[in-house]
Write a protein that binds this ligand. Structure first.
Ligand code: SF4
Ligand code: MG
Length: 336
């Protein structure tokens, strides 16, 4: 598959009064043309920082890039000036957020917001832009678009506002749409409708999508591939099918809620994970999931597991899957 985005060993930190927080610690994945990749993990695992890092939307300082490359359509975005990024943001890479009100201006009619963006990015006339704004609302299935363009964001329901935000993001026909928890604030039926809409729009426009979520269930139907993040690192990645059928990392299994444990109380949801992610002021030397992993072995504490390739597309980072450990278990049946 032809690649649109290649993130290579990306490292992003924040300088704080107490020291450096290593929010993204060497993240590598790519996104193919017309492909949907989901970044999944609990909050605070570095998913949003990775996405905002691609867009260069992080406040600098305190944030800074510590290393890596973000190759978009053949060019490293980290070599671009802020002025060049302004030509890319919104136009070639668009972003939508959990709360549409962070992108929509509450004091402006939604039609005017779409028109303003159209004129700024495409240079079409006001008259053409007015017509196009109605078409954009139609495209995202907002009923009565001629009437709705004249309304303000607060006159829309949550789901409808999310549709407007998608319309706004698609104004310039971006090559990549980054959606950060786009359906988290919505109820389940509306969630499904918005995800369907995103799939529809992708069919029509042919853009690639990165969707960020803490809920694996949400992306099962829309994502081609999954990237599972934890404590600023990727722990597993692969096609959605492979990961759902054969999750190789204990953290992914927990996210999927597929491993009921004996010590789990009855009234606790199956996929809740005890404990909290490690402090990234002093990131763990070994496996970042060590403190919460019920399969942890001695080797895990101080030794960072390398990625093991399960198939061409599927890899995970866990000592359990390391040939050395598997061999030891086979011969001794004991702990590594
Ligand atoms: Fe658990 Fe060890 Fe695998 Fe980490 S490397 S997930 S601690 S078994
Ligand atoms: Mg987030």
């Amino acid at each position: 598959m032809e690649k649109l985005l290649e993130i290579k060993d990306l490292k992003i930190s924040f300088k704080t009064f107490f020291g450096e927080v290593e929010a993204v610690r060497g993240v590598t994945f790519d996104v193919g043309k017309k492909e949907t990749v989901a970044i999944v993990g609990e909050s605070g695992c570095g998913k949003s920082v990775t996405a905002a890092g691609v867009m260069q939307l992080l406040p600098m300082p305190p944030a800074f890039y510590k290393g890596g490359e973000i190759i978009f359509d053949g060019e490293n975005l980290l070599d671009k000036s802020e002025k060049e990024m302004q030509g890319i943001r919104g136009k070639r890479i668009a972003m939508i957020f959990q709360d549409p009100m962070t992108s929509l201006n509450p004091t402006m009619r939604v039609g005017d917001q779409i028109v303003e963006s159209l004129i700024k990015h495409t240079g079409i006339s006001r008259k053409e832009a007015d017509q196009k704004a109605i078409e954009m609302l139609e495209l995202v299935s907002v009923p009565q678009p001629e009437k709705r363009v004249r309304q303000y964001p607060h006159e829309f329901s949550g789901g409808m506002r999310q549709r407007v935000m998608i319309a706004l993001a698609m104004v310039c026909d971006p090559q990549l749409l980054i959606a950060d928890e786009p359906t988290t604030a919505l109820d389940v039926t509306v969630q499904a409708q918005i995800l369907d809409l995103m799939k529809d729009i992708q069919q029509k426009f042919g853009m690639s999508i990165i969707i960020i979520t803490h809920d694996l269930g949400v992306v099962a139907d829309v994502a081609d591939r999954l990237v599972v993040m934890y404590a600023g690192q990727i722990l597993e990645q692969g096609t959605t099918e492979e990961i759902f059928e054969n999750p190789m990392h204990p953290y992914t299994r927990r996210l999927l809620g597929s491993v009921p444990r004996l010590d789990m109380s009855k009234d606790k949801p199956l996929n809740s994970i005890d404990g909290t992610p490690p402090d990234l002021y002093i990131p763990p030397k070994g496996c970042s999931f060590y403190d919460r992993c019920s399969d942890a072995m001695k080797i895990c504490k101080d030794n960072l597991p390398e990625f093991i390739e399960h198939t061409d597309e599927h890899r995970s980072r866990c000592w359990l899957n390391h040939p050395m450990v598997i061999m030891k278990k086979d011969t001794k049946g004991g702990q590594a």
